[in-house]
Design a protein around this ligand. Structure first.
Ligand SMILES: C[S@@+](CC[C@H](N)C(=O)[O-])C[C@H]1O[C@@H](n2cnc3c(N)ncnc32)[C@H](O)[C@@H]1O
Length: 381
């Protein structure tokens, strides 16, 4: 019996800063003994809640089901302890696998090297038992394993989400610097938006905010597209297909139609509007979304709505000057035409917050695709 089967403990990973929000989401999904930790949340679950998390969580990036934890002072410990597991319970030679690894504060310092050692141990275990070994597929394996070595303690888990959950499957086209899907969902969740008032993104780029808004308003599970063809949880040794089917059917039955005009957006750039249109076609209710190609400065305004956007930011000096001008104009536009609305603006760097010329109700430091950002909430009276 593996660790997660014995104690029901699993670990949902998330981006830094989202731990508390994820804890709340997991509680609503039925998780117990929830503990927000660094870059994730530990919780206790039965199989139903575990499947629900994998299918429905909007904020988690992976859900890990631990198999075993052991002291790991050296590569020999890693190899020997890995080789002691009965790998036939979680893998066979007909299935492919891959390993994602993370190492911190430990004698083993290289994640990739550690993954290589673990792979060797699994391959050797199969060769000893069966004379052949399963293949590695780093793109689309049947089973994803996660190896985490922290302070010389190694935990080997099965990634029950079967890879990164932010890859919802609707983003076919993209623009420069798209917002990560889990972050867009987190902003909407933090704003406590469930579709009660209109949502608008005046710089929609590839449409991530709009897509996540449609999923939330339609009560569509974040993983509905990833999980359409196969259950990521099928990699678990105790996977229950009938239960998974019931969880999916319940989620499908709970979906609702999104009212026309509830979610809208625009962008200056023709390719961005085209990308948004393409992507939204792949989201339930997204084909009818109102989109326009327009400079936000030409818009009259958006009243009594939720406005969520991330304007461009500049790394080069001339781009930075343009970025400061855009933020100033955005602040003016919000003040002028958006009374009764709340705006959440993801600012590419904290210096840009001041350029908006509005006093934020809240400032939240966040990372978007490796960049330190500041999210601000603005009440527009
Ligand atoms: C960082 S991207 C937004 C990314 C988007 N959130 C996504 O997930 O793909 C910034 C967008 O602002 C748009 N933009 C820049 N200036 C604009 C303006 N004055 N009016 C409207 N859109 C503008 C750009 O075309 C670009 O698509």
């Amino acid at each position: 019996m593996f660790d997660y089967q014995r104690n029901g403990n699993v670990f949902a990973k998330c981006a830094g800063g989202l731990e508390e929000l994820l804890a709340r989401e997991l509680s609503a999904l039925g998780a117990q003994c929830i503990e927000p930790l660094y870059l994730g949340v530990s919780y206790q679950t039965d199989p139903r809640t575990l499947y629900r998390t994998v299918l429905e969580s909007r904020l988690a990036s992976h859900v890990l089901a631990p198999l075993v934890t052991f002291e790991c002072q050296s590569e020999h410990d890693l190899y020997n302890c890995t080789k002691q597991l009965d790998w036939s319970v979680v893998l066979d030679c007909e299935r492919t696998f891959a390993i994602q690894s993370h190492v911190s504060d430990s004698r083993i310092t290289h994640g990739q090297y550690a993954a290589q050692k673990m792979k060797d141990a699994i391959a050797d275990w199969f060769v000893d038992k069966e004379g052949r070994r399963p293949s590695v597929d780093r793109e689309n394996p049947d089973v994803w394993f996660d190896l985490n070595i922290r302070r010389n303690n190694a935990t080997i888990s099965i990634d029950a989400s079967g890879g990164a959950m932010h890859r919802r499957g609707y983003r076919k086209e993209s623009v420069a610097a798209p917002m990560q899907e889990t972050l867009a969902a987190a902003i909407l969740t933090g704003a406590r938006w469930h579709g009660e008032r209109p949502l608008y993104d005046p710089m929609c780029g590839s449409g991530t905010v709009l897509a996540e808004g449609l999923l939330i308003a339609g009560n569509v599970p974040a993983g509905w597209r990833r999980c359409r063809k196969r259950a990521p949880t099928a990699a678990l040794p105790d996977f229950d297909q009938a239960l998974w089917d019931r969880v999916k059917a319940d989620a499908e039955a709970a979906q609702v139609e999104v009212p026309a005009g509830l979610v809208r957006g625009s962008d200056l750039d023709r390719d961005a509007v085209k990308a948004t249109r393409t992507n939204l076609r792949r989201v339930p209710g997204g084909s009818e979304t109102q989109l326009s190609r327009v400079d936000f400065r030409q818009l009259d305004g958006v009243q009594d709505s939720l406005i969520v956007t991330n304007p461009p930011y500049g790394v080069r000096l001339e781009d930075r000057e343009t970025a400061f001008a855009i933020y100033k104009d955005l602040g003016d536009w919000l003040k002028r035409g958006c009374t009764g609305s709340t705006a959440w603006v993801l600012c590419g760097e904290k210096e840009l917050v001041g350029a908006l010329g509005l006093r934020p109700k809240r400032k939240v430091p966040l990372r978007n695709g490796g960049i330190e950002c500041t999210l601000v909430e603005l009440e527009l009276y």
